[in-house]
Design a protein around this ligand. Structure first.
Ligand code: PMP
Length: 438
């Protein structure tokens, strides 16, 4: 007898393309029926058939405190009682902008004076790029293969062969001349970036980079890589956009940048982008930079950007409550939980004799079916990815919901307590054996 998830998926495919509103939710690479979720609390999600799972997706990052933290829900409820959306400035927006600028400080550096709130990470990076082009008067953008920055036209560009290709579109519907404004470079090699700048330097507006890549699996940047990008860009009059949509306020109170500066790598990117945790589970994202850059945005300056629901009061309430609750103790908890699951994962795969790596970047980690952690997209793609399908489904049967793609990070929350972590550890050996048998 089909269960409720199967019924819903069949119906969904009739009225929603592919049955989902964001592609990876469709279980395309792991196969099977996606779980339609009905509710979530703390470390758990519950599907439409009433089955509860320990969740390691955390809404793809936002649920740093765990799902539906009572104080965050209460803040949203209170905001809702005062009106859902005004399309006018509010006091909460000012508080949130100030909180972001204050938190993103480290090593005596304070690279953000002003913040613009938007609704999605895609809008944040799209606006950051327009701003960089407006500030520099240049058109070209450098991005790294395997780095994801949302789905705006110019960012859906993939690398061809060679050091840097004037990119071909990575999606139908993207005009070739737009994709050709993006130079795609393999991740991690500063010499390749220098080579691109020596050829095109006076036409490059910005480099955009994930602070720590987590969309080709997790790849920790080599110490000095991000700092090196800033040096190369600045010596050519270009800017660096550090994309912290995924890492910001998740790996450290001041983002991955804060973590790196604390570890002794001092550098100052020009524009930061944030999303996910900053909205505490509601649609909210942001970009931030020093005043002279941010004041180029309309209405202060000539670079246009707008949004009917930007700075929505419910999202701002969730974001403020989440960031205020995200104390150093919360990060210590999430770090410890992540380390414990990463170790248990590695132990289980080793015991089952599966070649694997569990790369980590702060409290982010991922699973790679290859003997060594990949350094770039080509290496990430070369792994034995087919082993993930049986691994994923074995975990699901054990009641643990993982990201439905081997190229995604696993997300812990402060609500994953000892008992929950122990249950994850107990589920892993069977999944590891299933991966070994694939
Ligand atoms: N940048 C990064 C690094 C991301 O991981 C994502 C989403 N996973 C985005 C940008 C796009 O954010 P959104 O999905 O909110 O548009």
């Amino acid at each position: 007898m089909p269960d409720r998830n199967e019924d819903l998926f069949a119906h969904a495919r009739e009225v929603i393309p592919g049955g989902v509103n964001s592609p990876v939710r469709a279980y395309g690479s792991v196969g099977g029926t996606p779980r339609f979720l009905a509710k979530a609390a703390g470390p758990y999600v519950t599907d439409a058939a009433g089955r509860e799972y320990i969740d390691l997706v955390a809404s793809w990052g936002p649920a740093l405190l765990g799902h539906a933290h009572p104080e965050v829900v209460e803040a949203v409820r209170e905001a809702a009682s005062l009106g859902l959306s005004f399309g006018a400035p509010t006091e909460g927006e000012v508080e949130l902008a100030e909180l972001v600028a204050q938190r993103v400080t480290a090593g005596g550096l304070k690279p953000i004076d002003r913040v613009r709130l938007v609704s999605t990470g895609t809008e944040a990076t799209m606006t950051a790029i327009r701003l960089a082009r407006g500030v520099t008067g240049r058109d070209l953008l450098v991005k790294f293969a395997g780095n994801y920055h949302g789905h705006s036209d110019g960012l859906l560009a993939e690398a061809g062969s060679g050091v840097a290709t004037l990119a071909l579109p990575g999606s139908a519907g993207v005009p070739a001349p737009i994709a050709a404004q993006t130079l795609v470079v393999p991740y991690g090699d500063l010499d390749l970036v220098r080579a691109v700048f020596s050829e095109h330097g006076d036409r490059i507006a910005a480099i955009i980079v994930e602070a720590a890549p987590a969309n080709m699996g997790v790849v920790a940047p080599a110490p000095g890589f991000n700092a090196g990008l800033v040096e190369i860009a600045h010596s050519a009059g270009a800017l660096v956009i550090l994309d912290e949509v995924l890492t910001g306020f998740r790996v450290h109170p001041a983002g991955y940048w804060g973590l790196e500066v604390e570890r002794g790598s001092s550098y100052e990117p020009d524009i930061f982008t944030f999303g996910k945790v900053i909205g505490g589970g509601m649609p909210l994202a942001a970009l931030g930079a020093r005043a002279e850059i941010m004041d180029q945005l309309a209405p202060a300056g000539p670079v246009y950007q707008a949004g009917t629901l930007s700075g929505n009061p419910l999202s701002v309430a969730a974001g403020l409550a989440t960031l205020r609750l995200a104390t150093p103790e919360v990060y210590a908890r999430v770090d410890a939980a992540a380390a414990r699951v990463a170790d248990a994962l590695s132990d289980a795969l080793a015991a089952a004799g599966v070649a694997h790596a569990v790369p980590r970047a702060g409290n982010l980690f991922g699973l790679v079916f290859a003997p060594a952690a990949p350094a770039d997209y080509a290496q990430a793609q070369a792994q034995e990815a087919w082993r993930y399908r049986p691994f994923f489904h074995a975990m699901l049967e054990e009641g643990v919901s993982l990201p439905p793609s081997v190229f995604e990070a696993w997300f812990l929350t402060a609500a994953h307590d000892d008992a929950v972590l122990e249950r994850i550890a107990q589920a892993l050996p069977r999944a590891a054996r299933a991966a070994a048998a694939a």
